[in-house]
Design a protein around this ligand. Structure first.
Ligand code: SIN
Length: 299
């Protein structure tokens, strides 16, 4: 059975990876999951300088999902290159480094710092809803998307995946803007803006009031947006948003994704991404499929 997929010229041995921010930088999971089995590992967002993130509470449960307000906490690119990338490079998998910034120049500086370091692909986070500067503010206007993508492409070496937000009116327009500025692939969806109120304390559950909703509750939105984006661009799409099972992954690929990322499910079960891969293989066997690309021609 052929499970390999090509994302922007980089071959992944299978299409399943954890979503950024749900798998640490691999170390926390390595004791429980055979990382060699995954098509790629996507890191937590890396910024040019260390970031403390938001004050607690940062994660709260909702029906069929979770709201997070982490705020892109990370130790900065120097620490990432010293401590995390060498760890991840031990495994027989691709390393996708998710990058973030407060300004276009910061995004480009992180990309530049990763030049020639062994990171296989970069994922540009212009969709985090939990920071005052950068993140989502760069991902909702097509012209701004073009500016940041073009600036990062100029100073980066690896193929660039642009991670899109669902908090927009037309995902097709944003996807097309990313592609026109040189994106090599897109990934979607990041979290949906949400809010929760603790009615007993009469307080917002999250100090920033709004957070990002993920988990099975958002899967139908993700499938719809992956479908729409796939009609708007020619570059490959990594689909994510509420994937809990192999059948969810199949649905995302039938919608137009070439690969899939498993996010919130990793918090419920440490082996979620590898389990999704196993279940995807079961689906292919049961349906007489020999090549992963056959999934996309089933519609
Ligand atoms: C966060 O760190 O706040 C979540 C990351 C994201 O939404 O991109």
């Amino acid at each position: 059975m052929n499970l390999s997929v090509n994302i922007a010229g980089v071959t992944l041995k299978n299409p399943v990876m954890p979503a950024s921010g749900t798998f640490g930088n691999g170390r926390e999971y390595a004791e429980f999951v055979d990382i060699n089995r995954l098509g790629a590992v996507v890191t937590k967002s890396v910024s040019i300088k260390p970031q403390l993130g938001n004050p607690p509470c940062r994660i709260t449960e909702t029906a069929s999902g979770i709201l997070n307000s982490v705020g892109l906490q990370n130790a900065g690119v120097d620490a990432f290159l010293r401590d995390d990338l060498p760890f991840l490079k031990q495994f027989d998998t691709r390393v996708i480094v998710n990058i973030c910034g407060h300004t276009i120049d910061e995004y480009a500086a992180v990309a530049e710092a990763l030049l020639g370091t062994g990171a296989d692909l970069l994922e540009l986070n212009i969709s985090c809803p939990n920071v005052a500067e950068g993140g989502l503010s760069f991902g909702v206007d097509p012209k701004t998307v073009q500016r940041v993508v073009a600036a990062v492409k100029k100073r980066s070496g690896q193929p660039l995946i642009v991670k899109l937000s669902p908090n927009v009116t037309s995902i097709s327009e944003i996807a097309a803007a990313a592609e026109s500025a040189g994106a090599d692939a897109i990934s979607l969806i990041n979290t949906l803006l949400g809010m929760k109120i603790d009615i007993k304390r009469r307080k917002f559950a999250l100090p920033r009031k709004v957070g990002g909703l993920s988990g099975p509750a958002i899967k139908p939105v993700a499938v719809r947006m992956v479908y729409e984006a796939s009609r708007a661009v020619r570059i490959p799409i990594i689909g994510m948003g509420g994937i809990m099972t192999g059948e969810d992954a199949v649905e995302m690929m039938m919608a137009g994704a070439s690969a899939v990322a498993v996010g919130a499910a990793n918090f419920r079960k440490l082996t979620a991404a590898a389990d999704v891969l196993d279940e995807l293989i079961v689906f292919m066997n049961e349906n007489g499929l020999n090549d992963i690309t056959e999934l996309s021609v089933m519609l």
